[in-house]
Write a protein that binds this ligand. Structure first.
Ligand SMILES: Cc1cc2nc3c(=O)[nH]c(=O)nc-3n(C[C@H](O)[C@H](O)[C@H](O)COP(=O)(O)OP(=O)(O)OC[C@H]3O[C@@H](n4cnc5c(N)ncnc54)[C@H](O)[C@@H]3O)c2cc1C
Length: 462
């Protein structure tokens, strides 16, 4: 962490004059709230946070950053686990005040500004019985999520969020506000925050809910290996309407969990089915018959309730360190390894977990030429989440690293961009196929040759 001494600070008076939105600087009320992000382990001190009120503010903020040679962070929802939404010494362009949303029910599209969160977008689109693939936690920003691909409950029916991005307005590195042309849009569909500040995003919508069928079925952790063997077969035949994930977690202290099991390690399948009640019941039957659950809270519920189901597991300010792998498949050795590594969770933190997201369906069917999001043929994405509220971070970091290392032999070697930490250029590059990375590099050269937007999973222009 670098603190900027007063004499080294740029004079932000000019920035303030040029913006309608507020500018927060060290020592002023609001600065600490403005510089923090979701991950409590990130403690960075920018020279200023410009909470922009629109495109003109972004143009002015970028010009100021260029003039003073300041590093630029772009913050949408602030959920990036590596903390790219804030920085030391530089200027944060904070989009959190940009909340405009307009649904066009006839065209089945929605346009939303870059500071909108998934809970806010779902709230509006569900008023029309529509939705698009969004995040599993409602406070995640739509912009960062979509630019990194975006896997969620609707992905097997409708593709990842990036597949549903139909247009975007962007302020480029040189300060030009533009509507993304076809090639830039291709890059925004998975290429991260490399090409400009996205002021608004337009999505394709789909009829969803308002009632869907989903929730979580919890099993004793002793059945984990069996469950995963069942799961890797069962998921081969699932309808696209059904998206599922396996979670190793501490059972929540909720009334639906038997008192003796609360806080104890369990393995669970979380799911969402967007078809009819009968279709959903048929699809869940083999899962329900697999074993006696600890608790079964799968049933009809509003889509917006499903979209907030995990909010309690991810409070703002939680310390987090994640590592990720794509898995081409779930082999017997992979299952043994993940079960072995999950056994250590009990000694760590009730917030730590392992998530195994099942992809396929529309994710693998969508032509990969449509956007930069890569590795569409993986069956699963593994996310290893070290999360703690206090104390020494080292045991959490060590468990995540060791688990990731142990799973390496069973993985494709490629990370999923949205779960990737600050692991350097080689890992960021591995999030793409070679062909996609070459095309992204060319796009970066065209739109950001000086790498103004480098506080991200960076695509170097050279
Ligand atoms: C609790 C939690 C749950 C999550 N669940 C999921 C999930 O279900 N599925 C999934 O795929 N991912 C998930 N993620 C990962 C998440 O998608 C990424 O962290 C994503 O980067 C968050 O976007 P954001 O706008 O909230 O983050 P920010 O930290 O604000 O932004 C992250 C980066 O995105 C870029 N960016 C953001 N906004 C803009 C913009 N308007 N213009 C240009 N660049 C921009 C910038 O490079 C920025 O550094 C989750 C993360 C958390 C913490």
């Amino acid at each position: 962490m670098t603190d900027v001494s007063r004499s080294d600070r740029v004079d932000v008076a000019e920035l303030r004059d040029g913006l309608r939105g507020p500018v927060h600087t060290p020592g002023e009320p609001g600065y600490d709230a403005a510089r923090t992000v979701w991950n409590g382990a990130i403690d960075r001190r920018p020279q200023a946070v410009a909470t922009v009120s629109g495109t003109a503010d972004i143009v002015a903020a970028l010009a100021f950053a260029r003039q003073h040679d300041l590093r630029v962070s772009v913050r949408g929802g602030g959920h990036n686990v590596a903390g790219f939404g804030t920085c030391d010494d530089g200027l944060v362009i904070d989009l959190s005040a940009l909340k405009g949303i307009r649904v066009d029910p006839a065209a089945r599209t929605v346009r939303a500004q870059g500071g909108v969160l998934w809970g806010e977008l779902d709230h509006e689109t569900q008023a029309f019985g529509l939705a698009t693939t969004g995040g599993l936690v409602s406070s995640t920003g739509i912009a960062g999520f979509t630019l990194g691909g975006g896997i969620g409950w609707l992905m097997r029916a409708h593709g990842v969020a990036a597949d549903n991005l139909v247009s975007a307005d962007v302020v480029l590195a040189d300060g030009r506000p533009v509507a993304a042309d076809e090639e830039l849009l291709w890059g925004l569909r998975g290429g991260g925050g490399n090409f400009g500040v996205v002021t608004s995003l337009e999505y394709r919508l789909h009829p969803v809910g308002p009632i869907v069928y989903g929730g979580v079925i919890f099993y004793p952790v002793e059945r984990a290996a069996e469950l995963l063997r069942f799961y890797q077969e069962w998921t081969r035949g699932l309808p696209d309407d059904l998206t599922t994930m396996v979670i190793f977690l501490a059972a929540p202290p909720e009334p639906f969990v038997p008192p003796a099991m609360r806080g104890r390690q369990v393995v669970a399948v979380a799911c969402c089915h967007t078809g009819t009640a009968t279709e959903a019941a048929d699809a869940f039957k083999p899962l329900r018959e697999f074993a006696e659950p600890v608790a079964d809270v799968v049933g009809p519920l509003p889509y917006t309730a499903l979209q907030t189901m995990f909010d309690g597991s991810a409070p703002h300010g939680l310390n987090a360190y994640w590592k990720t792998h794509h898995l081409s498949d779930l082999t017997a050795d992979a299952i043994d390894t993940v079960v072995e590594r999950a056994a250590e969770l009990a000694a760590l933190s009730p917030f730590s977990a392992i998530h195994l997201h099942h992809l396929e369906g529309a994710v693998s069917r969508t032509p990969s030429v449509g956007g930069a999001f890569s590795h569409r043929n993986s069956r699963f994405v593994l996310n290893i989440l070290g999360q703690w509220t206090e104390g020494d971070p080292d045991p959490h970091l060590a468990w995540v690293r060791d688990t990731w290392e142990a799973m390496r032999a069973h993985a494709s070697g490629d990370p999923y961009l949205n779960f990737l930490g600050d692991e350097g250029s080689t890992r960021a590059r591995a999030a793409y196929s070679a062909e996609v990375f070459a095309r992204l590099t060319a796009l970066k050269r065209e739109y950001d040759p000086e790498n103004v937007f480098r506080l991200n999973q960076n695509i170097p222009p050279l």
